[in-house]
Write a protein that binds this ligand. Structure first.
Ligand code: LMR
Ligand code: MN
Length: 433
């Protein structure tokens, strides 16, 4: 009998294999030409678009090019638009997830949600795809949507740990409902399931416990977080950290190396106070602290510098203070901090909390403090108070808590300063906070 004729490869398959081989051999320019030809000549073939998108994504990473990444996203979208014509669920999902990851990276979370919806529609039985959607909403702090998605997921999978986590976060941060949030956060973090083990989640659970007066339970959560490498220490729980920076709750001016600049500001404290008080006297300039850190009371601020940039209009109304600060670029130019007037009225309590980063130190120049024995700042395990004309420095990445039990407002100038051990290169390249 005659041998069966060798099966002839279909021309598309042949071209696709060639393009993939070029990619594997790292002949990227040629591979890109081949994929471009493929998507033109075989525009109806999903795998041509997928192959091209993957190559573009690889090139984007190699070239560190956002332009290329957008081309990759566009390629993935074209592939995904084939919908039911794509046979493999797995391949469809992986492509969708790559597309989402790239959109998240470029900060286009709104666009990413469309891809999430596409995946959920195709694979409605997979709770992870819904959790990914609520995570995208969490990344842009859209807690209303986080809640909505998580509630839907929990209807179908009531014990899903990630959905419980996201729901708990919404209850805590959107509704400030700590008693209701607690069991969800606790269950999720203690499950140690994938998607629940991050510093931020340990911090959220611990802070929720602290707000419910569960002090020892909170410390337990934090010490577990330390053991997992999420926190520098039990009390230092900032999330954006540089390694090996000296860390202590309070600093002496000499230790910072900024003692000359701080001394000059302190000498001028009355002029600074007068500008702060004048602004306080005009309504509408100070703004409420917006991070849900207040338990009760009134605590407002007036920003002069934010993320290393002068707040122009505000500085115009405080010219002496800002001209003094222009001589202190390590503070005014600190892209991981602010300079601001901070006023606290009587009967105020600020929950224990940590600043976001260990890259700054925070000075308070006290401008008005008529009742020092009725106010208090705790940093880690040390407490102190404010005295007019005095300046102190603390590291706000350590847990701190504030009380004002007097009857008259306390006014301070808060100045963040680059941590003195950060190099010039670090100060230039660290992302702003
Ligand atoms: C803080 O950094 O949380 C407080 O010290 C601010 C303030 O006004 O006391
Ligand atoms: Mn603080």
């Amino acid at each position: 009998a005659a041998a069966a004729p060798a099966e002839k490869e279909d021309p598309f398959e042949q071209e696709l294999r060639k393009a993939n081989e070029e990619m594997i051999r790292e002949n990227y320019a040629q591979a890109l030409r081949s994929f471009n030809t493929l998507t033109t000549n075989f525009a109806h073939e999903p795998s041509a678009h997928l192959g091209r998108a993957r190559l573009l994504e690889l090139l984007a990473k190699k070239e560190r090019s956002n332009q290329r990444l957008w081309e990759a996203i566009d390629g993935y979208k074209r592939y995904l638009a084939f919908g039911e014509l794509v046979a493999s669920n797995k391949e469809f999902q992986t492509a969708g997830e790559s597309c989402i990851e790239n959109l998240r990276f470029l900060g286009h979370h709104r666009q990413a949600t469309n891809i999430h919806e596409l995946l959920i529609k195709r694979l409605p039985e997979d709770p992870r795809l819904r959790n990914q959607l609520s995570l995208t909403y969490l990344m842009v702090n859209n807690l209303q949507q986080v809640e909505k998605v998580a509630v839907e997921t929990l209807k179908l999978w009531p014990t899903n740990a990630v959905a419980q986590l996201h729901y708990g976060l919404a209850l805590r941060q959107f509704h400030a409902d700590y008693p209701k949030a607690l069991p969800y956060l606790k269950y999720a973090v203690e499950s140690e399931e994938e998607g629940t083990q991050e510093a931020f989640f340990y911090l959220s659970l611990g802070e929720t416990m602290q707000r419910l007066s569960m002090k020892s339970e909170a410390l337990e959560v934090y010490s577990k977080g330390v053991a997992k490498g999420f926190f520098a220490s039990l009390y230092q729980r900032s999330l954006y950290n540089e390694p090996r920076l000296r860390a202590q709750p309070f600093w002496q001016p000499k230790e910072t190396g900024y003692d000359r600049q701080l001394e000059k500001l302190t000498l001028n404290w009355r002029a600074i106070r007068d500008e702060g008080l004048a602004l306080l006297g005009r309504s509408g300039f100070f703004e409420d602290e917006a991070e849900l850190l207040r338990d009760k009371g009134v605590w407002q601020q007036y920003e002069l510098y934010a993320q290393g940039r002068r707040v122009k209009d505000n500085c115009r109304r405080a010219p002496i203070t800002c001209s003094l600060l222009e001589e202190f670029p390590e503070s005014a130019g600190c892209r991981r901090g602010q300079v601001k007037f901070s006023v606290m009225e009587s009967k105020t309590h600020v929950w224990p909390h940590c600043g976001p980063t260990n890259c700054r130190l925070r000075a308070h120049l006290t401008l008005a403090a008529p009742e020092p024995e009725k106010t208090s700042l705790r940093v880690a395990e040390q407490e102190r108070t404010w005295r007019e004309g005095e300046l102190f420095i603390f590291d706000d990445s350590f847990e701190h808590e504030v009380w004002h039990n007097g009857s008259q407002p306390r006014l301070v100038l808060i100045l963040d300063m680059w941590h003195p051990q950060l190099s010039a290169a670090q100060r230039r390249s660290l992302t702003p906070i």
